[in-house]
Ligand binder design. Sequence first.
Ligand SMILES: Nc1ncnc2c1ncn2[C@@H]1O[C@H](COP(=O)(O)OP(=O)(O)OP(=O)(O)O)[C@@H](O)[C@H]1O
Ligand SMILES: [Mg+2]
Length: 264
Amino acid sequence: MAALRSAEVTETREAAASPLAIRGMTVFYDQKPAVFSVDATFRRGAMTAIVGPNGAGKSTLLKAALGLVKPLSGSASVFGAPLDRMRHRVAYVPQRASVDWDFPARVSDVVAMGLYGELGLLGRFTGAHKARVMSCLARVGMEEFASRQIGQLSGGQQQRVFLARALAQDADLYLLDEPFAGVDAATERAIIRVLKSLRDEGKTVIAVHHDLTTVPDYFDDVLILNVRKIAEGPVKEAFTDEALNTAYGGRLAMAGIDPVPVTA
Ligand SMILES: Nc1ncnc2c1ncn2[C@@H]1O[C@H](COP(=O)(O)OP(=O)(O)OP(=O)(O)O)[C@@H](O)[C@H]1O
Ligand SMILES: [Mg+2]
C-alpha cells in the first residue's frame, strides 16, 4: 500500500515536472566559457527554439543537458528526475555535421537503432518492430529508401532518417540540433509538420534553430542564448528586438532580420 502511494507520488511529481529543467549550467572548453550559469525550464507540450549566433553554446547546452559533455557546474533534470532514470524518454538528433555516416548501415538499420533502448542487447527484433521502423520512415516520407545505405543519401534525406530514428524511440522529449540545416524547403516543411504533430500529441520538442524569420511561425517558446541566457519564454514575449540585439550584436542583418541599432 505504502509502495503504491509512493509510486503515485512519483507519477504526480513527474506529471508536474518540466520535461527539461537546466540549473546553473556552466561549461568551459580550454578555460573559456561556452555556456555560463544558464537556468532554463522548458514547457511540456510546447515547441521551443534555442537561438543565438554561431559559437553561442547552443549545441554545448544540449550536450551538457544530455550528459554528453561534463559541465563545470550545474545540472539538468528530465521530467523531475536525473537523466539516467529518464533516458528512454529522450530522443536526440545531433547537429548534422557532427555525424560521420561513412560506415555501412542501411537506412532501416539506422532507424531500428531508435528501438535499442526498448529491445536491449538481447531483445528479439520482431515483425512488429519492423513495421514500426517502416511507419516512422513513412512519417518522414522516406519509406522507399529503407534498403539504401545511409551514406548514399543526400544530407536532407539523412536528416529525415535521423528524425525517423528519433520517432522510433517513441520518446516524450525530443532534442534536435539544427534539424533544418542544409535541407530544402520541401524537407523543411516535412520536418516541421512531423515536429508539430509530436507537439500536438503532447510531446515536448526543443530545437536549435538558425532562421530567426521562422521562429514565430514554428515555435511556441524561445530561449535566446549567447554563452549566457539572454531571454526565455513564449515567443510573443521573449523574442524581442532588444533581446536579439543583445545576443547577436550587429550581426542581425546577416540573419535576415531588420537590424535595430545597438546601443552601447
Ligand atoms: N569539443 C570542443 N572543444 C573546445 N571547444 C569547443 C568544443 N566544442 C565547442 N567548442 C567551442 O565552444 C563554443 C560553443 O560551441 P557550440 O558548438 O556549443 O556553439 P553553437 O551555438 O552550437 O554554434 P553553431 O551555431 O555554430 O552550431 C564555440 O566557441 C566552440 O568553438
Ligand atoms: Mg551548434
